[in-house]
Ligand binder design. Sequence first.
Ligand SMILES: Cc1cc2nc3c(=O)[nH]c(=O)nc-3n(C[C@H](O)[C@H](O)[C@H](O)COP(=O)(O)O)c2cc1C
Length: 378
Amino acid sequence: MKMTDYSNKVVLAPMVRISSLPLRLLSLEYGADLVWTEETIDKKIIGCERQVNPATGVIEYKKNNRLVFATHPDERNHVIFQIGTADPDLALQAALTVKDDVAGIDVNCGCPKKFSIHAGMGAALLSNQPVLKKILENLVQNSGLPVTCKVRILETPEKTRELVKMIEGTGVKAITVHCRTKDMRSSERAKWDALKDIVENVKTIPVVANGDVFEYGDIQKLKDHTNVSSAMIARGAEYNPSIFRKEGKLPVVDVIKAYLKKCVEVNNLPQNTKYCMLSMDKEKGHHTRSEIYDKMTHTKSHPSFCKLFGMEEFYEKEIAEQEARKKAASPHDDKVSQPPKRKLEEQEDDASTERVVKLAKTEQDKIEQPIQKATIEA
Ligand SMILES: Cc1cc2nc3c(=O)[nH]c(=O)nc-3n(C[C@H](O)[C@H](O)[C@H](O)COP(=O)(O)O)c2cc1C
């Protein structure tokens, strides 16, 4: 059984399209203790083939040649794989698929979106506690992984208390509580007060609090207010992942450059890179419309992003190294002499740039992701 400690931690939240590999690696570098993946539906990951990309070292889980989950040995002891599920057997199969590459498995019980609720997943599990109990027990007893669960608060303190006590009894290693009910919008203030009662009642495992941490200093405020053990940050890290630095946030342009470096190193999907970079240039959820934001909207590939930020030399060097590693791994493969990426002078495709910008513009669109066509916000 793997050991993962969830107490006294500051962690990156699961966020569709945002909590992908480069942001997780960067968050760890800035000081996050654990990083959650975005939600993956159980059936999506079951049946995936695992392969290691020799150029980047990235571990890729693919089905029908589509990438479903990417991870890297650097995050193995810190990454928590979140699943969307409504079925104890499928949940277990999903966990066993990724077992060797993750530090824990988390069940999403907070997603209020229609697609999730209709399938009995996400927040639907909050009102179907017998099934939730079976899912968690099956994972705890048979996956060999530490299991956790992310919930929202219910309408009354009594109902929430009953829920968290049931979850604690299944043998999970921690409970994350997003301090909003399933009907509350993210613009409404998170109810930190609700945590006091939960922390008083859940005695045997850490409670991870989630909601409205936008500065490093908010973590201590949250702890002082509620006695909670750990804090999970979502939008604060989406806007600026250097929120995990004890010393304070870095300027967003510096963070974007560091993020871009990670994206090139792990060969991230450029659409995802762009989406996340545009999400970073925000203040209180609104785009700053800075000069750099405008420039980013007209760019769409890793070489062009690097050019925009004066990182051409880094890009060429990194790609040459990836090529060399790939060639060393299969010296007789003619295809390896092809550069894995297009060159700096490649043409931009305005139409698809427009599409990505449009994607980034609304909160609603944030929940569509290239890998799993699903709408999630839990
Ligand atoms: C873009 C985005 C995507 C999200 N995707 C997920 C998800 O896949 N799984 C999940 O449990 N919560 C998801 N959430 C909810 C967050 O994990 C978190 O519970 C919520 O944003 C409240 O935290 P915050 O106030 O720090 O933003 C998402 C939130 C955002 C903003």
